[in-house]
Design a protein around this ligand. Structure first.
Ligand code: PTJ
Length: 527
């Protein structure tokens, strides 16, 4: 029976996936036990918040780098993986040059054929491990999982195993292979034994893995090795377990404080956009980020559904009247971040780390934490400070990069990247920030040609200011587009309103009415 699910149903997506699995179960692709395994996965997915977390993103990046560096990578496919992600499996195989092999716990010729047919229907040229082709045996495994293809898993150096059982993961690792697992349960034997564990739903993780591999494809071997060497699977798994712990604590606090039922949809407890998932907007819709320094403007931006609100240190110029942003202090940033947070319900708030707030990694962590406590959801840092950014990311503080013109340290405000040497430096900075794991990169005052190249080369969204139309989003000082008085207006600023004139007219009318006695009138007086 096929029940149609309304898209507004809070669990529409998981019901859609269940129905897809059932369909493939009836077609003989998914095993009976596969339905039970999916239920277990769903429970962990709920505990993780049903989203691709920053931890998953880091594991995905390490997995993509490992697959791209492999000599003989193989993607092992079981019934659930084929049913849920056949297309992504075929795309991934193409991007990383991997072979696809059917490997089943509940092996039967009919299921092998159905899975092969499904993979071929979405473009797979060759599928290994079917029928007599699975003629080799992996030692120490009791189940039919031991049957592998001598052209595939037997000689592979890297094997991707979605929804795997622990026995085969252990056996593959023992044979000296690098094993990449996709498993929603960070405590499972597979998760704990694999070389890289992506703790995420395969449905979300595989398309991201494909995209990440496409982006990393042009990297050198050394750059790929740097990515894998910075990844520590055990601490990533621990972070996942802590994330579940924190989410449960949060839900328990909510329940005991009476501010909401525990059985909410997972996304309800978070800002509208999870910053670590901003990449999803790349190539989908243009990201809008606008500045606010106070409650009132923040409230308007929140109601207007902008994607991000920036508490920029531009407040040094716009709010305080300085010639630059160099004098803005942490205390001032905290004050304005609190004022903005008071006006915002769901829009993520990014706060600038002001000049000298990140002289040491420890100082950066402490200051960023204070900004988060004041109401920010992430921080923005000027320049390619990868070590500091990595230290913040290790503390789970989302970071936005900022390159091109850097107002905190610039002698003069002028376009950057106009010479080929400077353009290459900015390009390198962009790639370094992308690799370290910022959630977006602001490109300020650079030629359009360069911002286009950067936007096409990085995995995360670029947000331009004076960087032309090809960026994934635009940021601007709100006061500038509203036409409020400014000392200096750059070329890229377009006035969308003349609020300066509106304010002047209102003030002059007020003066006049007070002078001629028509204000306060009866209507505006207590009697
Ligand atoms: O198709 P076959 O014959 O090879 O059988 C496949 C199953 C899934 C039955 C087999 O691999 C199995 O028994 O798996 P396990 O041991 O139950 O492990 C499945 C793991 O995958 C569990 O840790 C689940 O939490 C996890 N899981 C389930 N659904 C998903 C998932 N992980 C990521 N994405 C999912 N959608």
């Amino acid at each position: 029976m096929n029940h149609s699910v309304h898209s507004t149903h809070p669990r529409a997506e998981s019901i859609r996936i269940r129905e897809m699995l059932l369909r493939y179960f009836r077609q003989g692709v998914v095993a009976e036990a596969g339905l039970i395994a999916h239920g277990r996965g769903e429970a962990f997915d709920y505990l993780l918040g049903e989203r691709t977390t920053g931890n998953a993103m880091r594991a995905i990046e390490a997995a993509a780098a490992t697959l791209l560096s492999a000599k003989k990578p193989v993607i092992s496919v079981n019934g659930n993986a084929a049913a849920l992600t056949a297309e992504s499996i075929v795309q991934l195989a193409r991007v990383v040059g991997a072979r696809i092999e059917v490997n089943l716990y509940y092996r039967s010729a009919a299921r092998e054929d159905s899975i092969q047919l499904l993979l071929k229907s979405v473009g797979a040229e060759q599928v290994l491990g079917v029928r007599e082709a699975a003629s080799a045996r992996i030692p120490e495994i009791g189940s039919d999982r031991r049957r592998v293809d001598p052209q595939g898993i037997e000689i592979a150096d890297v094997v991707l195993v979605p929804l795997e059982d622990g026995d085969r993961t252990e056996a593959l690792v023992k044979l000296g292979k690098l094993v990449i697992a996709v498993d929603l349960n960070p405590l499972s034997r597979t998760a704990q034994t694999a070389t890289i564990t992506i703790v995420d739903n395969i449905v979300r993780a595989l398309p991201v893995l494909v995209k990440t591999a496409e982006h990393l494809k042009t990297r050198t071997r050394e750059e790929l090795e740097t990515i894998t060497s910075h990844f520590d699977n055990q601490s990533n798994l621990n972070e996942n377990i802590m994330a579940i712990h924190e989410r449960l604590t949060h839900l328990a606090d909510k329940q005991s404080s009476g501010t909401g039922p525990v059985h909410t949809s997972p996304s309800e407890a978070q800002p509208r956009t999870n910053l670590n998932e901003l990449w999803r907007m790349k190539n989908v819709h243009k990201i809008i980020m606008l500045t606010a320094y106070d409650y009132q403007l923040a409230k308007i931006l929140d109601q207007e559904d902008v994607d991000l609100i920036l508490v920029g240190d531009s407040l040094g110029m716009v709010f305080q009247g300085h010639n630059n942003t160099k004098e803005v202090t942490m205390q001032q940033m905290l004050y304005h971040t609190r004022a903005v947070a008071a006006g915002v319900t769901t829009t993520p708030i990014i706060a600038d780390m002001p000049l000298n707030s990140d002289r040491t990694e420890q100082e950066a962590i402490e200051n960023a934490r204070m900004l988060l406590n004041a109401g920010a959801n992430g921080v923005k840092i000027e320049g390619n400070k990868t070590a500091t950014i990595r230290a913040l990311l290790d503390q789970k503080i989302p970071v936005m990069g900022h390159i091109g013109l850097l107002p905190q340290t610039a002698e003069r405000y002028k376009v950057r990247g106009t010479t080929s040497v400077e353009a290459e430096e900015i390009m390198k900075d962009a790639l370094a920030l992308d690799a370290v794991g910022v959630f977006a990169i602001v490109l300020e005052s650079i030629p359009e040609k360069l911002s286009k190249r950067i936007t096409e080369s990085v995995r995360v969204p670029t947000i331009g200011i004076g960087a032309g139309k090809y960026c994934d989003g635009q940021v601007i000082v709100t006061h500038d587009i509203l036409g409020l008085p400014q000392t200096h207006t750059p070329k890229y600023v377009k006035k969308y309103a003349d609020c300066g004139a509106v304010l002047k007219a209102a003030i002059s009318k007020f003066k006049l009415e007070v002078a001629n006695g028509s204000y306060p009138d009866d209507e505006h007086t207590y009697h």
